[in-house]
Design a protein around this ligand. Structure first.
Ligand SMILES: [Zn+2]
Length: 319
């Protein structure tokens, strides 16, 4: 059977259609690759809102360090993703393994719901995180897929190996996110994000020195509620807890939850007290004195280096 040749115009039309189809398929495949990590939420639309990815080693680290700014961004419609790089499956004194990982997933998802943000947990074992090439690729893909403007991470000086290696992995991804032939399955970012560290109390080799301090009083109750629902970690004490901490009776549990809440409130009050000088740079005059609870962030030397106006755009909380 022979086919009559297509007239040239029609062939051209068919070719363009073919190219369009191929392009559409490639775009779909790229979106699929970008969103195909286990549990990775579909990246948000390009709507001009800020895009933030916070990394923590365990399902509770981002929430402690950035739950306040996370809620503040979410209130303004910005797109926040909290990533736990391990599944937290040894983070309890009584239970471990898959059941604990699932319990912590449910807890942190409840916390994210309260904060109004998205989250993903990578299926690495707690206490066993390593700065491998595969993990570097995964973090690179997540930052690219989210098209992050800002990436938050712990500093690499920390008592916990998972926290240290999370920091190393983010540092290792900080340049690679812009390199097209590293993980070419997810398009490289045209613009390097800003990378910032959470604050901590470690002094060697250098103490935490924040570049921005943000008042979180407007959302402090929401943040404390979000931390409160992670019962395995705080009310029950996590890896170093004990049965005595969280009794079976309702009154005992309420008293323990109140204690957890007060401890966290004190911690975020202490951030304000500790960084008065840095805070005053962002809340001039009497405004600084009105700030109670805060979160602080330090600029990483890798990635984009924002000036003050650019930092104000990333943290639009000062007017
Ligand atoms: Zn942790």
């Amino acid at each position: 059977m022979t086919h009559a040749p297509h007239p040239p115009r029609r062939r051209t039309g068919f070719t363009w259609l073919g190219l369009w189809t191929l392009g559409a398929l490639l775009a779909a495949a790229t979106a699929q690759a970008a969103a195909s990590f286990a549990g990775m939420p579909t990246p948000p639309p390009d709507d001009g809102k800020l895009r933030i990815v916070a990394f923590g080693a365990h399902p509770d680290d981002c929430e402690i360090q950035a739950g306040g700014v996370g809620a503040l961004w979410a209130q303004q419609g910005h797109h926040v993703l909290f990533v736990s790089v391990t599944n937290g499956d040894i983070g309890h004194w009584r239970e471990a393994g898959g059941p604990l990982a699932l319990r912590r997933k449910a807890e942190v998802e409840a916390a994210h719901k309260l904060l109004g943000i998205r989250g993903v947990i990578l299926d690495n074992h707690d206490g066993e995180l390593e700065p491998t090439l595969e993990n570097r690729r995964t973090l690179t893909r997540i930052i690219r897929a989210w098209k992050a403007d800002l990436v938050l991470s712990p500093r690499p000086y920390d008592y916990h190996p998972d926290h240290r290696y999370t920091a190393i992995l983010v540092q290792d991804a900080a340049f690679m996110v812009t390199v097209p032939f590293f993980c070419p399955d997810v398009p490289a970012l045209a613009k390097n994000p800003v990378f910032m560290y959470y604050t901590d109390r470690f002094q060697k080799p250098s103490p935490s020195k924040p570049d921005i301090v943000v008042a979180i009083d407007r959302v402090i109750d929401r943040k404390l509620d979000a931390l409160g629902v992670m019962i395995s970690q705080f009310a029950e004490g996590g890896a170093n807890g004990s049965a005595a901490l969280y009794p079976a009776d309702a009154a005992g549990q309420a008293a323990r939850q109140k204690q957890v809440r007060e401890n966290f409130s004190r911690r975020f009050l202490a951030t304000t007290a500790r960084f008065q000088k840095e805070l005053a740079a962002w809340y001039p005059g009497e405004a600084a004195g009105r700030v109670k609870h805060s979160e602080a962030f330090e600029l990483c030397e890798y990635g984009a280096q924002p000036n003050r106006a650019e930092l104000e755009k990333l943290f639009p909380f000062f007017r």
